[in-house]
Design a protein around this ligand. Sequence first.
Ligand code: ZN
Length: 680
Amino acid sequence: MSKEKVLITSALPYANGPIHLGHLSGAYLPADIYVRYKRLNGDDVLYICGSDEHGVPITITADKEGVSPQVIIDRYHEANKKAFDKFGMSFDNYSRTSLPIHHETAKEFFLEFFNRGLFVEKKSNQFYDEKAKMFLPDRYVEGTCPSCGNEQARSDECENCGSLYDPSELKNPKSKVSGETPVLKETTHYFFPLGNYQPALEKYVNEMNEKYCWKDNVLQYCRSWFKEGLKDRAITRDLDWGVKVPVDSAAGKVIYVWFEAVLGYISSTKEYSQLKNDPELWRKYWQDTSTKYIAFIGKDNVVFHTIIFPAILMAWNEGEREKYCLPQNVPANEFLNFEGKKFSKSRGWGIDVEEFLNIFPADPLRYTLAANLPEKSDTDFYWKEFQLRNNSELADILGNFINRTFTFVHKHFDGRVPIRGKLDKIDEDMLEEISEYPKRVSDLFERFRIKDGVNEIMNLARDGNKYFNDSEPWITVKSNKEKCATTLNVCLLAIYTLAELFYPVIPFSSEKIFKMLNSKPVAWKESGKSFLKEGHQINSAKILFPKIEDEVIEDQISKLGNADTEKEKKVDELISYDDFMKTKLKVAEVIAAEKIAKSKKLMKLKVLLDDGERQVVAGIAEHYNPEDLAGKKVVVVANLQPAKLMGEESQGMILAVDKEAGGLQVIVVDDSVKIGTRVK
Ligand SMILES: [Zn+2]
């Protein structure tokens, strides 16, 4: 296969909080594995990322802490960059959208479209805080939803019931900035005519899918958007923080973050070019039709990378200037959950990357996440699985195979690669197997089946152990040393190949293995064939994957917070109001009560309802004396089918609750309530 020029981007993480394991599984680890593989494959690879540093949530965090937005983005840009480094992310450039180079790029796109008359100007009413003298973005206004009465509804949207409404319909609006009641004021915004690009976008998605086989989940998202019909989208905001709209008539407005953030990939590449002292280098990737552009993202970003970003680039490409290439594939992943539930910082559910890597090395985490990527559906991180993957796979399969081979070579062959003698069937089979792995794995990686590729690589280590066992070098070392030498020669080839194939997945360990082999990676295609020369001196073996003890894992599990989500609290089946009203609960007065002779628990009560007297049998004799109840007003299920208890007929049921300290309490209402009143 000829050398490819590949541009790879991972979704820009939002600089408003620390990244967690779910982020890694979505847009970062699969991209890094692909990138590292492509580099070994000899392709011309550029891997771009950076922090997304604009938008309202950042200004809200800043307001809450009483600091400037710059403080927030500096904090999380640095923290996330450091966490990515520690995790072994091999970005060629990690930029930030607050840099002047990004502002220039975003303004250039805006002006190009503005000057061509592409934008539609629309007037709308928006909340304005007269005290703070500012227009209030959606999230800065709180009020009561006109549909469901939720008191934390936003200016034009209620997250509780999903209603969309005009801001004028919101009840009791309050500004989150000053606490004052905001007024509605007219403002003008520029809209990008996304709807006009729908036919071209559908054609683009279908063509890319036919040629490059997009993932089903990604196609489904796109098609559901197309089905609903794409609408014009406002691309300006009345806000301070962000890229200023570069036209005089729009003072006080910034470019809406969804429009400019995706352009961050381009500006990050420009920054990379400047750092390389080759300012035009970025064009070689972005403005060359031979570029294969792959955008790695999580499922929450699909619309931005398959519809909005391509539409922006299409609109640009309709002009007279150098044209951009569009994503060839967008292999979006689903979500990773944590121990069966969604990550939630506020509930202490899940773990930040930095925190994790302060306790454990990166490779076992990379391997665990890679072996279980949410490629087709959501998956889970479990502490126990992490321990198992480290102890039973990395240590017991891969580490053990390497260790036993090295020990043998040092003990019996002076630490030099033994001579490969006459090959038996078992050796020939193993050599063939080894030589086939690189192609097998690259076929999977090329189709973005990263998880399958990773699991396949571990199979080579399994094959290695089996070959070692079946060849019984501990016997042949005494009976047939030439045969023993051949076995270990083949085992070292398998290890050399494993070091190469595992390099994209567990790069830190792979480097150690190469060091132990006293060697370096080769071209991916050569791996499995080329070999260390006979007599080549290898270094001593190191422990690659220390076992993780139970206590260490239990300790982490015990730190988990309470992640009961709203949804889980509602596990009880819901009934309708009509269902509830089928049960006639009425207030009744107890006229007389007596214990049933043959029963310890039962008491016979005479109660008065609006339709007359009835007899009710209740299991309360252990908790009440009959005289305690006479004259009390209780709640009775009035339309319960009659039943016989200990020979006595019961024409209803008395409501009671368990007491915390044990015992029962009959529900009693006070005297002011009339007999027969319906409880509802
Ligand atoms: Zn609502």
